[in-house]
Ligand binder design. Structure first.
Ligand SMILES: Cc1cc2nc3c(=O)[nH]c(=O)nc-3n(C[C@H](O)[C@H](O)[C@H](O)COP(=O)(O)OP(=O)(O)OC[C@H]3O[C@@H](n4cnc5c(N)ncnc54)[C@H](O)[C@@H]3O)c2cc1C
Length: 347
């Protein structure tokens, strides 16, 4: 298994250093630039996405309808967005973290629900297959994910286990003949659930250690259309409504042995690795989205007049903007620290 992203021996952290009072400037300077070829690719991807989104993505309508139209989903697939960071050999574009995060930022700036759809699919949904799948698993699942034919989702959270993910109760019991696992349990708050064709699911497998029965968290690739998989109703969120969030239930679902991801007991580490890499894109999408909101609010504050003056000229409003701008800058700086902005900042 690859070294743990959070392992300081293999991946020393700038941010950790900040907490310890040690500024490792050598980690962030010179500021990482995208290589020329990647810069060209990035410009082409951003230009085609922006042009398509302008003509197709109507955020107010998507939020009102609480679902993506076929046109939006097909468009994202045809643009190649759903395979952006899936390796080329499995049908994707093979984008680096730098390029992927920059594009994620643009999607977040365009429509937050679309960013969740885009991110839940490849940042977490099928990321486990990319990082930990066997060649056979990658060949069987990733090309369909890359083309957008199968949307992926990540099933970790349960009603009794959120932050404390290891407290999960979903179980995967090996069949007597050893050909498959029988999966039972319920996951909640699953992004992309209603669009999904494949789930990465975390469940406990019973094992015997030193003669004592134990349970070990293990990861599985589960066909969303397998008998026994069912979906709850769409969660009524306050925003990002088109990103379909639901409960996913598993009732005696047969998961073939060849769809176990990694070793028995390796699931928790796999979940953390996926979430660690997923957070990079998510932070890019969120910080660009926040900046877009700030720009929109600023335009309104300049245009809206009360007492004969734009409201943006009042000190109290200016204070709010100062705080928001500082927070947006800090969020953007997170990219810089991670070297994820690729030298292509527009603000
Ligand atoms: C829109 C949306 C989409 C989601 N999509 C997915 C998805 O695709 N797949 C998936 O598996 N899950 C998904 N989730 C679930 C999400 O990952 C969980 O909400 C998250 O793990 C936190 O769990 P929880 O909500 O049960 O909060 P809890 O664990 O109950 O935490 C509640 C609060 O207590 C705090 N807290 C908990 N433990 C500690 C501690 N030890 N010390 C200090 N504070 C603590 C937390 O920080 C939090 O503020 C989604 C959630 C939302 C809202």
């Amino acid at each position: 298994m690859a070294s743990h992203l959070a392992d300081p021996e293999h991946n020393p952290s700038f941010t950790r250093g900040v907490f310890l009072g040690e500024l490792r400037e050598d980690f962030i300077f010179p500021f990482p630039e995208l290589p020329a070829e990647e810069k060209e690719n990035l410009t082409a991807i951003l230009d085609s996405f922006r042009a398509w989104a302008e003509a197709t993505v109507d955020t107010a309508k998507l939020d009102h309808d609480a679902k993506f139209s076929d046109e939006v989903r097909t468009g994202m697939a045809e643009l190649g967005m759903m395979g952006l960071n899936i390796p080329e050999e499995y049908g994707g574009f093979g984008a680096s973290a730098l390029l992927f995060s920059r594009v994620f930022g643009q999607v977040g700036e365009t429509d937050a629900a679309l960013a969740v759809y885009f991110g839940a699919h490849q940042s977490i949904g099928c990321k486990g297959i990319t990082l930990f799948g066997t060649d056979d698993q990658k060949k069987r699942w990733l090309p369909q994910c890359a083309s957008g034919e199968r949307i992926a989702a990540f099933c970790l959270t349960e009603s009794g286990s959120g932050s404390d993910a290891q407290a999960m109760r979903t179980m995967a019991v090996p069949s007597e003949d050893g050909t498959h696992y029988v999966l039972n349990g319920e996951k909640i708050w699953i992004s992309n659930a209603g669009y999904a064709g494949v789930f990465t699911v975390f469940a406990k497998v019973p094992v015997e250690i030193d003669g004592k029965p134990k349970q070990r968290v293990t990861a599985f690739i589960v066909d969303a259309h397998a008998p026994g998989v069912s979906l709850g109703k769409i969660e009524e969120k306050m925003g990002i409504k088109a990103s379909d969030t639901r409960t996913v239930s598993f009732k005696d679902v047969r998961v073939p042995l060849e769809d176990r991801l990694g070793e028995v007991g390796g699931g928790f580490k796999i979940a953390l690795e996926i979430l660690n890499s997923g957070r990079l894109g998510l932070s890019a999408g969120s910080s660009r989205g926040a900046r877009k909101i700030l720009d929109t609010a600023l335009a309104f504050a300049k245009e809206r007049k009360q007492f004969g003056r734009p409201i943006g000229s009042f000190e109290m409003i200016q204070k709010k903007f100062a705080v928001a701008a500082a927070e947006c800058y800090a969020a953007d700086a997170g990219w810089i620290v991670c070297g994820l902005d690729g030298g292509s900042r527009r603000h």
